[in-house]
Design a protein. Structure first.
Lengths: 260, 336, 340
């Protein structure tokens, strides 16, 4: 972690009714890196991501973006720095892919200036990056699950922010598309220096693409660090209660988990 | 295509623009027709001198003092109801939602009845106060850490049903003549509107119209799920409050001029969305559809011989078949 | 058992308790409905009217010939509308859907209006068949406009609203024009449970029975349909057939109700929301509880209307809304409906 983190959670606690989901949790997203958040189901990883994106109000503690508490900043100002793709988003019937992606430009637009050259550029780039240029005028409900997921990612890309948070972006995608999407996310991270954090279910994909692994269990961060250090037989046992063997991926050299 | 005007730049889809133009032309044509036809026969050549000239004859009196204000009122009232309906349907993400969902109509009829019972008059003022009070009550009761559409709908159902039941109860306690009068007002009519009414509705629209135009930008984005909308930097709670207030204001304005014309607010949104397509709220098109429906309904109310039927009877007779026809056409195209 | 004690039970255990309580309350209210009315009667009269009936005793005749049919009518109508409302809201996945949305009420009203206008019929007994026919035709039209067997909820809602509005507006126009029609019609539309006799109930009982069976069967499938059409197909449900059965149940239940007591608004809309507080997402419980709560609400509203308004003609649904609306708001505020 060379640069100071721009997005930091300081002692945040979130509970749903009586059940605490995040307990006094501290975390800093390393700037300019691709962070994968892993953890078993119901460990609180999605809640953590939503809290970081100010979608989830916190009971105590605070999330700090660029040195200032996130809930004290205007929602629009935050949206220019940070984009989030939530789980299972919904759009009105009949909305076309292009219109959806255009809506990603909302924080950069105003009622008087609803369209600009920068908007057009960002929308076309987002469509091209997700391979949706040919499908841009199709209605969203006419697409396959994978195409729809890519359209939503294109919307988040069009928001053109330094920080990008993705909640299980690979859901509904087949393996080639998962690889393609994660390569795209990593390219965005490498080429433009964007800070990306994404919740992922597949530990091996996380190990292969991420710079930093953030493992969450029972509402607390239990491990954070580069995949080579963090993903070990002992840690997977600790986080997922899964007995496994960890070998070196023969192609990429990253750790590879083989459940026993 | 992009619409540019000085610092203003708004993306407009070609289809939306074309359909809006067509709707506007239709509304203008119907308005002209309504000016021309009526119980007092008028030659087409007489029409324009009667509007513009100063002949001082009967034709001019009929056109200028009777037909023109009535038609202008119809256009304005329809636009108000249409916009309000589109706003609530988008805001609550429910095609069945219309202003009466948040208790406005029930409150308005209760207020009007109470005004009649207590003061013997002031129907319009009573209706306005009742409608505004019940809308405020519903929003207040539904409030809990912000406005959540589903909760607003449930509280609105409870309130509007109770209020309209209360209205029916009040009505059954009245004497027959007053009740008959009220019944006519509660259906809605545009008979004998004058230039004062025109000034009221169009003055109100001139104030609220720009606000609606401004609001249509965030409104289009509110139709996505809450997380997405917040992620895009929109403040959900103030927007929902503000948009509800605008919607209520539009309905209050329209009701005060023409009474609670049924079905206009409900039907304008879906018809407009069917025509313009593309999943947008289509507020402008909804305003035009509403204006068209109400003007046609009023024309029909005037033209039916012998009896004087209130325009409110015809809004559904005109709107419903159009909606049905659109459903059939869309089904053929496989859009549903 | 107090409300507080109930809340401590897990919600799975609460449902039978609430069902039992509502049925007990219905029994109690039913006794009250037999006991109280314009003519003063005592508990003894109620007891004797069903034990040792004396046809010469005016009190007992009132109880058996007037109050009993009225009570039965309210129970049947409330239960039927509750079930139909639960099915309608479940099928369209829309909390604003009213069973009248399938055009049943509007069709029935239209049928009665046309029948009076064109055939000059004034005998209320004949309206039963006319309104059933009107209800069937209107709902068939809604179903066809809604896309036939490929019906989709959003489309069905718009089609239903359009057909209902058209029928109601046409009916209203006719009534405004024809004074004689209005004279006959307004007694039917306000009728509620006034002047119901046991013969009418006997005629319609098969319809209520068939509708209830169809509703209970459909509620089983609706549980699967709630997960979406594809998931339901995956669970082996024939979606088209299930939707047709649900539609049929709604039409029979509402049609029989409207034929018996005229169009009763509001009940079908409110009751499922009350029942959902307890039933949760299980449609079988929702339909059962909607039936019992609907009957309870209807009997209570009818009793209240009779006692408070001294026999004044008040549409039964209006009273039900007056009672049910505030309860709904109170429940929504107390329980705090989460994200839908």
């Amino acid at each position: 972690m060379t640069q100071s983190a721009r997005l930091v959670a300081q002692g945040i606690t979130v509970s749903f009714g009586q059940r605490p989901v995040l307990k006094d949790l501290d975390v800093a997203l390393p700037t300019g890196q691709l962070t994968a958040i892993i953890g078993p189901n119901a460990s609180g990883k999605s809640t953590l991501l939503r809290a970081l994106a100010r979608l989830q109000p916190v009971a105590s503690g605070q999330v700090v973006l660029d040195g200032k508490a996130i809930h004290r900043q205007g929602s629009r100002a935050v949206a220019r720095k940070l984009a989030i793709l939530p789980q299972s988003p919904t759009a009105p019937e009949g909305l076309s892919v292009r219109d959806l992606v255009i809506r990603g430009r909302t924080p950069h637009q105003s009622v008087l200036r609803q369209w600009s050259g920068a908007d057009a550029h960002a929308v076309e780039q987002a469509l091209a990056a997700t391979g949706l240029a040919a499908l841009a005028d199709r209605p969203l409900d006419a697409l396959s699950g994978g195409q729809r997921q890519r359209a939503w990612i294109a919307m988040a890309l069009a928001q053109d922010t330094d920080i990008l948070l993705l909640d299980e972006p690979t859901t509904y995608l087949d393996l080639p598309h998962q690889i393609e999407l994660l390569s795209l996310v990593r390219a965005l991270n490498r080429d433009t220096g964007r800070t990306v954090a994404t919740v992922l279910h597949d530990i091996n994909l996380a190990a292969r693409f991420a710079d930093t692994i953030l493992a969450v269990r029972d509402g607390a961060v239990c491990l954070q660090g580069p995949p080579e250090q963090v993903i070990t037989e002992a840690s997977i046992q600790q986080v997922f209660s899964l007995p496994c063997r960890v070998i070196k991926d023969p192609v990429h050299g990253t750790p590879h988990v083989i459940p026993l | 295509m992009i619409l540019r005007l000085a610092t203003l730049s708004v993306p407009v889809s070609g289809r939306a623009l074309r359909s809006a133009c067509a709707l506007g032309l239709c509304a203008a044509a119907v308005a002209l027709l309504a000016l021309w036809v009526g119980h007092y026969p008028l030659a087409l050549a007489q029409l324009f001198p009667a509007i513009a000239g100063d002949l001082g004859d009967v034709a001019q009196m009929v056109v200028r003092d009777h037909r023109l204000p009535r038609i202008l009122c119809a256009l304005g009232v329809g636009a108000g109801f249409g916009m309000a309906g589109a706003i609530f349907q988008t805001l609550l993400r429910n095609p069945l939602a219309s202003p009466d969902v948040i208790g406005f109509n029930g409150g308005a009829s209760c207020g009007a009845l109470l005004a009649i019972i207590l003061t013997g008059g002031h129907v319009v003022a009573g209706a306005l106060l009742g409608g505004l009070a019940s809308a405020a009550l519903v929003i207040g009761l539904a409030w809990r850490d912000g406005l959540q559409p589903y909760r607003l709908i449930l509280v609105g159902i409870g309130a509007s049903l109770t209020l309209s039941a209360l209205g029916d109860l009040l009505m059954s306690r009245m004497d027959v003549l007053t009740a008959a009068d009220m019944a006519k007002w509660l259906i809605g009519t545009l008979a004998s509107r004058d230039w004062q009414d025109v000034a009221l509705i169009w003055g109100g629209l001139a104030v609220l119209g720009p606000v609606v135009l401004w609001a249509s930008f965030p409104l289009a984005r509110l139709s996505m799920s809450d997380d997405v909308t917040t992620g895009l930097g929109l403040a959900l709670t103030p927007l929902r409050l503000g948009l509800s207030a605008i919607g209520v204001g539009l309905v209050a304005l329209a009701v005060s001029v023409a009474g609670p014309l049924p079905f206009v607010a409900f039907v304008s949104g879906p018809i407009a969305r069917c025509i313009t397509g593309g999943g947008r709220p289509a507020i402008g098109a909804a305003a035009l559809v509403g204006a068209l429906v109400v003007t046609l309904a009023d024309l029909a109310a005037r033209m039916v011989p012998l009896v004087h039927l209130p325009a409110g009877v015809f809004t559904a007779l005109i709107g419903a078949p159009v909606l049905m026809w659109l459903l059939v056409v869309q089904f053929r195209k496989g859009r549903f | 058992m107090t409300v507080d004690a109930m809340r401590r039970l897990p919600s799975g255990d609460r449902r039978p308790v609430v069902l039992a309580i509502s049925l007990l309350a219905l029994g109690g209210l039913a006794l009250c409905a037999l006991r109280f009315g314009l003519r003063p009667t005592g508990w003894g009269d109620v007891w004797r009217a069903f034990g040792v009936f004396d046809a010469g005793n005016a009190e007992q005749v009132v109880i058996r010939a007037i109050r009993l049919p009225r009570l039965l009518g309210a129970v049947l109508a409330g239960g039927a509308l509750g079930m139909a409302g639960a099915l309608m809201q479940g099928m369209t996945r829309n909390p604003l859907a009213d069973p009248g949305l399938l055009g049943v009420n509007a069709g029935a009203s239209m049928g009665v209006v046309l029948c009076i206008l064109l055939l000059g019929v004034t005998d209320p007994a004949a309206f039963v068949w006319v309104s059933l026919g009107g209800a069937l035709i209107a709902s068939l039209l809604v179903f066809l406009l809604g896309g036939g067997n490929k019906a989709n909820p959003a489309r069905l809602i718009l089609a239903g609203a359009a057909v209902s509005a058209l029928c109601l507006a046409l009916g209203r126009a006719i009534l405004l024009v024809s004074q004689q029609t209005l004279d006959v019609y307004r007694f039917w539309v306000l009728g509620g449970f006034d002047g119901i006799d046991l013969g009418q109930i006997r005629t319609l009982l098969p319809f209520f029975g068939a509708g209830t069976i169809a509703a209970l069967a459909a509620s089983f499938w609706l549980n699967a349909l709630m997960l979406g059409d594809d998931a339901a197909r995956g669970l082996g449900v024939r979606v088209g057939a299930a939707q047709a059965l649900i539609g049929l149940a709604i039409v029979i239940l509402c049609g029989a109700t409207v034929a018996m007591a005229g169009p009763i608004a509001f009940v079908g809309l409110i009751v499922p929301h009350l029942a959902r507080r307890v039933a949760g997402a299980d449609m079988r419980w929702l339909v059962l509880l909607s039936a019992s709560i609907g009957a309870l609400l209807m009997v209570a509203a009818d009793l209240l209307g009779r006692l408070a308004l001294f026999g004044g003609n008040m549409q039964a649904g209006v009273m039900a809304a007056l009672v049910g609306g505030p309860i709904l708001i109170w429940l929504v505020r107390r329980n705090g409906v989460g994200a839908s």
